[in-house]
Design a protein around this ligand. Structure first.
Ligand code: HEC
Length: 314
């Protein structure tokens, strides 16, 4: 009879294992298709492009193969002045985010509008194009959708880049955020607690459709950054703080990211980090009145990507 317990045990073990396998395999797909994307989710899709932790297109996480977010104040097709909008430019060949490729993850309503009004299914990776997040109001309910502005408004890639009043490389910046491990200390997830008061509103269900990794972080050693661009929009402060956090917070535990400048400043001059250190240490020890200057960054530097990403978190 002693054998019975083993049998019961192994049956129970089998049931538990197969249930957990079913949940692991089928839960994510069930969950996502039932939830409609919010405008935030669509903006993230279009800002970050193909969202993946590791992919063969950018194995060493240099932030390549990403769309370009631009701010437009005039119509790229006609040149006429218009209300400011954010547009997302995919140069030919830039990989599409999952929302454009597998549009069922957008949720039924958003998917239907993106195809009918937005003409989203006319877009191809090979040709690229320009996208917008638009909204349709029916009976007072707003539904966001993806609009393929190249098809609906005739906005070409080059014309849109030329008409842009601001260019934001936040997609490449998210890659920097992942690569540099900012999420070891920072969260991107204010909670439903008094977090509201300091870090702003928690995310909503539907804000994450198609995003992976979400870079929530897990263990908060530093301020939540989900809305950091709303409370601190200073590029100059970010430059000082990333070059050496001790410039603005004398006891900061945050590491320095001066190497993201890439060795050259905006004018192409070599940045001498050793000289900078000597001068900074003299300042710290009270032998200098001012700390050394932080160099301006080059337009194609990794620090520019990172700062664009951080300031775009609104
Ligand atoms: C070792 C932990 C740690 C790491 C890693 C880290 N930070 Fe921080 N960060 C902090 C702390 C602590 C603060 C609070 C202010 C300070 O001490 O400088 C901070 C502050 C900030 C702020 C200002 C927040 C606010 O509320 O105004 C920003 C922006 C920021 N960090 C971005 C980053 C980014 C981007 C990375 C990755 C490149 C990063 N941090 C990596 C610990 C960290």
């Amino acid at each position: 009879m002693g054998f019975r317990e083993y049998r019961v045990g192994s049956i129970l073990f089998g049931v538990a294992l197969s249930t957990s396998m079913m949940i692991t395999l089928y839960m994510p797909s069930l969950d996502i298709s039932g939830v409609s994307s919010t405008a935030t989710a669509l903006e993230k899709q279009l800002t970050y492009g193909k969202i993946n932790a590791f992919d063969y297109g950018d194995l060493f996480l240099h932030g390549t193969d990403k769309p370009i977010k631009v701010i437009l104040k005039k119509n790229p097709a006609t040149g006429a002045v218009m209300d400011e909008v954010a547009a997302y430019v995919f140069k030919p060949g830039t990989s599409f985010p999952s929302g454009l490729k597998h549009d069922n993850i957008l949720g039924d309503d958003v998917q239907a509008l993106s195809v009918s009004l937005g003409k989203m299914n006319k877009a191809t990776e090979a040709k690229g194009g320009v996208f917008l997040v638009s909204t349709k109001v029916t009976n007072g309910v707003e539904t966001p959708y993806i609009e393929f502005a190249t098809a609906t408004r005739g906005w070409g890639v080059d014309a849109t880049l030329k008409a842009a009043s601001e260019t934001i490389l936040a997609g490449s910046g998210k890659t920097m955020f992942i690569r540099e491990g900012c999420w070891w200390c920072h969260t991107l997830l204010p909670e439903e607690t008094h977090d509201w008061q300091s870090f702003g509103r928690p995310p909503m269900l539907g804000d994450f459709n198609g995003e992976s990794p979400t870079t929530f972080g897990s263990d908060r050693k530093a301020p939540d950054l989900l809305h950091v661009g709303s409370r601190n929009s200073s590029k100059e402060w970010m430059m000082l703080h990333f070059f050496n956090p001790r410039l603005v917070q004398p006891h900061s535990i945050m590491p320095r990211y001066d190497y993201l400048w890439g060795g050259k400043d905006a004018k192409g001059n070599v940045i001498d980090l050793n000289k900078w250190d000597v001068e900074f240490n003299a300042y710290r020890d009270g032998e200098r009145v001012y700390p050394p200057e932080v160099p301006d960054y080059a337009d194609d530097s990794e620090i520019r990507y990172l700062i664009d990403f951080v300031l775009n978190l609104k």
